[in-house]
Each structure stands twice: as C-alpha cells, then as structure tokens.
Ligand binder design. Structure first.
Ligand code: ZN
Length: 273
C-alpha cells in the first residue's frame, strides 16, 4: 500500500489483463485513526481480496463509513461480499447498480447514491459523487474537492485510453471532469496521474481527433466501418485490436447520428442461409 496524498491510500494490484495496462488500483480515503471509505473491491479473486484486507489491517482496521463502487464491471465488484462482511458498512453505488448487488449483499447493505451526494470519509474529509456515464451507464466518479483529487474509475485510466459503451454521454462525463479541474487523477487502472488536467485534455483531444478522422473519411466517400478502420488506424494494427477499432468507429458514427450529422442507409441485401 502506498500513500498518494493526505487521506488517500492506494492498494496496487498487478494484473495482466490486456485492457488494464499498469494494473488495478483500489483506494482507501479518509483518516486511518478515524473513519475511511473504500473505493472499489477489484476482481473476484481470493488473492486480490486478501491484498485489500491486508491493507485494511495495515491501516489499523479503521471504522469504514462506506464502500463506494465506481461501476458494475466485474473487476470492480469482486470480493464485495467478503469485504463487506469484514468491514460491516454499507455499499454505495449508482442507483442503476443497486438491483444487481442486492442478491449477493442483501437489501439493507446497498444504497443508491444521489448525484452530487457528499460522503463523509472522516473528519473534514468528504467525497462528492458525480454520475459519469459512458464507459458504463452506471459509472460514478468521486471528487475530493479540497485537494482537487478525482477518483475516475474506468472513465479515465492512468496508462491508456478507456473503452466506451456510449460515446455521447462519455464525452459529457469527460467535460464534467475537465470542469472539476483535478490536480491528481486516481484511476481504477494504470498509474496515478499528477499532470491531471493535461491528461484529461489529452483524453478529450484524442476522441475529437478520431471524430474528425471519421468525418473526414465520410467526406471522402468511405461509408463502410471496416474501410474506415483501414483509412484511420495504422496499417500494422494488430488483428486482435481491429474489433475494438471498429467498435470505436461505430461509437463515433452513432454519436454523429444522434447529433443529426450522419444518417445510416442500410442498402445491402444478402440471402439468408
Ligand atoms: Zn475496470
């Protein structure tokens, strides 16, 4: 475990997942001699859960005000039942995630957050919950206002770009984080980012650049997703990443469609087998 800033402790778990360059981070926030909160519980893996509970022991088993969940992907809610058992505190998450967590935690243990809800994490330390859909519709970021620290879950990662489920809402979530103007980003995967504003701007710029490339391809008469991938991405793009690239292009097209800038014309017909 490593202390990132006053009141912020990181448990870093080395994992080898292809989409998690730089491993996974679990955070304890608050005052170890008073009250703390935990952000996310990692993968459903005995070894991961043990590392989190070991860190809890190292901190002196503080009273836990809550366990906060950034979103419902399995690498963020694993071990939650065992960890909640030990910490004996309530789990707070996006209202859309509550139903999924109740079956294995029980009704009383899970509460839906309100957007902008303040969560006391001991003494003067308080986090603000902000709904940040895009990577997942039930994604929540947590802001430490005074210290300008953003716990960004998978909305912004520390060592790579993230995957996106809905690009329109995702861009709004990035703008919200930009507005907050963080000085440190504590992501769920990858390194902790000290040049936070530059990193967030880079995230926004990257997506805007892709969008320009997609619009440019459309302008040149390229109308097929695979052709667009060929036109936009490097020629030597690994085959395994082509699927993700195509998914990205589709996200941009859907976003442009929602904005009324693009229409889809299904004009191809094939015989059913
Ligand atoms: Zn994740």
């Amino acid at each position: 475990m490593e202390q990132i800033a006053p009141h912020v402790y990181r448990v870093h778990i080395n994992d080898t997942h292809a989409f998690h360059p730089g491993g996974t981070n679990i955070y304890f926030v608050g005052d170890p001699s008073g009250e703390m909160v935990l952000i996310d519980t990692g993968e459903q893996d005995r070894e991961w859960t043990r590392q989190i509970l070991d860190a809890y022991g190292e901190l002196g088993r503080p009273r836990m005000a809550a366990i906060l969940i950034t979103h419902g992907h399995l690498d963020h809610i694993g071990g939650l039942d065992r960890i909640q058992d030990v910490m004996q505190t309530s789990v707070l998450c996006h209202p859309k995630l509550v139903k999924r967590l109740v079956p294995f935690l029980g009704e009383e243990a899970v509460t839906g957050l309100r957007s902008r809800q303040r969560i006391r994490a001991g003494g003067q330390v308080a986090l603000e919950a902000r709904f940040t859909p895009g990577h997942a519709e039930e994604h929540v970021c947590f802001f430490l206002r005074k210290q300008k620290i953003a716990f960004t879950g998978d909305t912004i990662l520390g060592s790579s770009t993230s995957t996106v489920q809905d690009l329109s809402t995702y861009m709004r979530s990035l703008a919200l984080i930009q507005q907050f103007g963080p000085s440190i980003i504590c992501p769920a995967h990858g390194k902790v980012v000290a040049n936070a504003q530059g990193w967030v701007d880079g995230y926004v710029d990257h997506r805007n650049m892709r969008e320009r490339q997609v619009v440019d391809a459309l302008r040149r008469g390229i109308s097929d997703v695979d052709e667009m991938v060929k036109a936009i991405y490097p020629k030597n793009l690994k085959r395994a990443l082509r699927g993700a690239a195509a998914g990205n292009v589709r996200q941009h097209l859907t976003k442009l469609q929602k904005e009324g800038l693009v229409t889809e014309q299904p004009t191809r017909y094939v015989l059913k087998a």
